[in-house]
Design a protein around this ligand. Structure first.
Ligand code: GLV
Ligand code: MN
Ligand code: MN
Length: 428
């Protein structure tokens, strides 16, 4: 397609204006937190209600109809001109955070949807845009991630509903209470008219910066496994029990954690992380009797990930047997690797090219809502350069000019997608 100089100049101006607004909005939303002094927003929390309350007027001012579904997802619909049955382009990401988070992970992708709706006011398209702010991608509250997007695609299975938070509240109970207090919530479901899903996200790594690129096009996402591993020995007096007569759960866990690292290193590009550990009873002069650890394993090939998980769990059993400990393993999260839709990936790449940006195709090691949506709706993802590759950290950042690049590219994506939708209509 050919772009006129005027059209291109107005896109650049809209992108610049939109980027400034988006950066400001990220700062405003960063104030919505459960913990003063840091950013923390978990599934179905009052801080998330605050985000919804802040975003709703922005979305309504952009001409969107806004609702929250029973899984706590914020949904804003910008209808296609006069066409109720038009296909929908979904643009989204998540609004929850890790503990002590940065201001951009997730939030940026939701605000990108809003920025594109605001900037598209100059044109009309043959498709509606639904902006979705998913309620949980990080899994901070329940350990299990993607609760928001899983609800939307109908995949909140019973093992996930039974996960409990630090207060012993289950996902099922939290959802029931949430909806009971908010009778206005709508169905958490995917529109049958959903034709594509587009997610913008900061890269959360250093690759784009090292290549001097503002934008990357994601082709696929690494699969994930998460397990809880509990070692149970015998607590006792730290001064009176000889070393040979102990069943120290923490010493066993420590030995196991070093094998987790060693096993992951045997497989190229595999990563395994023990991110949580809790020892009981936790006395300075008491041998630890019980230790609970989390482990998170990722790889772009499911067979490799399965091999790493198997190796790690075999080591846990072997170390426990050797040390006279009991081990209890719960494998509670399996998310297969995902390849994104080749046609949409190429479309996103073309859109970036039309906007004047060279890109690199990438595989995401981080999990994103696109993983859950992609098996149901053709999906594409765009990464924005992340200075220093710092993410899941308060220093997380993105440059305003790279946000402008993403908005500019996104506007070209909308044009390309309009042609794609028309083409599909003609060939149907
Ligand atoms: C989410 O950011 C994850 O990859 O765990
Ligand atoms: Mn994250
Ligand atoms: Mn994220």
């Amino acid at each position: 397609m050919s772009l006129t100089t005027t059209g291109e100049a107005s896109r650049v101006a809209l992108a610049r204006e939109g980027a400034g607004k988006l950066m400001h909005r990220c700062k405003v939303l960063a104030q919505c937190t459960e913990k003063p002094g840091e950013i923390l927003r978990t599934f179905l929390s009052p801080a998330m209600d605050e985000v919804h309350g802040t975003m709703r007027p922005w979305m309504e001012a952009a001409g969107m109809t806004v609702a929250v579904d029973w899984a706590g997802n914020l949904r804003g619909l910008y209808a296609a001109d006069g066409n109720e049955s038009a296909p929908r382009l979904l643009i989204g990401s998540h609004l929850d955070t890790v503990p002590n988070a940065g201001a951009y992970d997730g939030v940026l992708g939701v605000l990108m949807g809003l920025a594109l709706v605001e900037a598209r006011a100059v044109r009309s398209y043959p498709f509606a845009i639904e902006v979705i702010g998913f309620s949980d991608e990080e899994g901070t509250r329940f350990g299990a991630p993607f609760l928001g997007s899983r609800a939307v695609v109908g995949e909140l299975e019973s093992n996930l509903l039974q996960c409990v938070d630090g207060d012993g509240v289950s996902v099922a109970d939290a959802l029931r209470d949430y909806a009971a207090l908010r009778p206005e919530t709508v169905e958490a479901a995917l529109s049958p008219r959903a034709a594509a899903y587009l997610e913008f996200h900061i890269e959360q790594g250093p690759v784009l910066e090292s290549r001097n690129l503002a934008l990357g096009i994601v082709e696929g996402l690494a699969g994930q496994s998460r397990c809880n591993v509990e070692f149970r020995g015998r607590a006792g007096h730290a001064g009176t029990n000889p070393m040979k007569q102990r069943r120290d759960a923490l010493a066993g866990a420590a030995e196991w954690i070093t094998t987790v690292e060693a096993i992951a290193k045997r497989y190229e590009n595999a990563v395994a992380t023990v991110g949580q550990i809790a020892a009981e009873p936790g006395g300075v002069n008491v041998i630890p009797g019980v230790v609970r650890c989390s482990v998170d394993v990722r790889h772009a090939e499911d067979a490799v990930r399965a091999a790493v998980v198997q190796g790690i769990l075999e080591e846990a059993r072997a170390i426990a047997a050797k040390r006279g400990l009991h081990v209890k393993i719960a494998q509670y999260h399996e998310q297969p690797a995902v390849k994104l839709n080749a046609e949409l990936v190429a479309l996103a790449e073309r859109a970036a090219g039309h906007a004047g940006y060279a890109t690199k195709r990438m595989t995401s090691g981080a999990g994103h809502d696109a993983m859950v949506i992609a098996p149901h709706v053709p999906s594409a993802m765009v990464f924005l350069r992340n200075p220093g590759g710092v993410s899941h950290h308060p220093d997380e950042n993105v440059a305003e000019e790279d946000v402008a690049a993403a908005i500019h590219m996104g506007l070209c994506f909308l044009d390309e997608f309009a042609a794609h939708v028309k083409g599909k209509g003609q060939s149907a």
